[in-house]
Write a protein that binds this ligand. Sequence first.
Ligand code: AVI
Length: 319
Amino acid sequence: MILTTAVQTRFAEEVRAGLTKPGQKELPSKYLYDAVGSRLFDVITELPEYGLTRAESRILERHSREIAARVPHNVAIAELGSGSGTKTRRILDALCRDHQARYFPIEISATALAACEREMRDIATVSVVGIEREYLDGLLEVAARRRAGEHLLVLFLGSTIGNFEPAAALAFLRKIRTMLDPSDFLLLGTDLLKPVPVLLDAYDDPVGVTAAFNLNLLARINRELGGHFVLSQFEHVAQFNETARSIEMHLRSRQAQTVAIAAAEITVEFEAGETIWTESSHKYRLSQVSSMAADSGFKCAAQWIDEAWGFAENLWMAG
Ligand code: AVI
């Protein structure tokens, strides 16, 4: 049965727009994360070829105390896209060793919020208030709940910022800045540029987990929108875009074919070899990270780097 909630209607509209636009067909990467996609992503983070998550965990394991020391005691923590909250635990443990704090995980997935609440349950000094919203709406709500004299620390980990196009990333960071007071902070994870073969392995692993993660988007369209994609007729492609310094995921049509998608009211023609662009993951130079801070109205307060993989955790101050 095909449900037509507001969310499904929006999904159908975005699929129609992306697959009927002239030139490069595309699908928004946010739709990679349904229940199946989120689980596959969790497996990706464990793959030997995908070092990003382990690099950030190492930084947080080694430097949480230093991060905590730079942030005022009277702080509420808001996390954009908390996932299950495992990495955040390290920061909360350090921040709330001897004083109380409120933690607001912001997530569109109720399941992820519940997992996050479970993960933090036993930190006696932390009270968790889950916010089931899109990132910026959620942050607006947290800012509105701020108590007198309370500072805000916003967490945006995992280099999810890299999944935004550069102009959109800047607009997003500027919007965050407008919601903060000068003595508030943003802790931002950024994956650094590294040799192309390393990136290609990370986004096209030999076990095929990333391929399954990408192909699941077509399976999701079949499940939720009455799509007729034959998955074996598409293949996962990871390629490096030198100009954008981003690794792109595509789904390539193995042959000329036509695919109907009922809820989107479209029939899409594919040429043999034609691709659907499903995600970009931008990789940064340190100078770019500094420019992003300045261009969005933040000041770099501190930076921790994992040299083994190439990942920077950045503490930016809003003032
Ligand atoms: C969530 N995001 C930071 C991941 C990345 O590395 O860009 C998503 C991902 N796509 C393929 N593998 C991982």
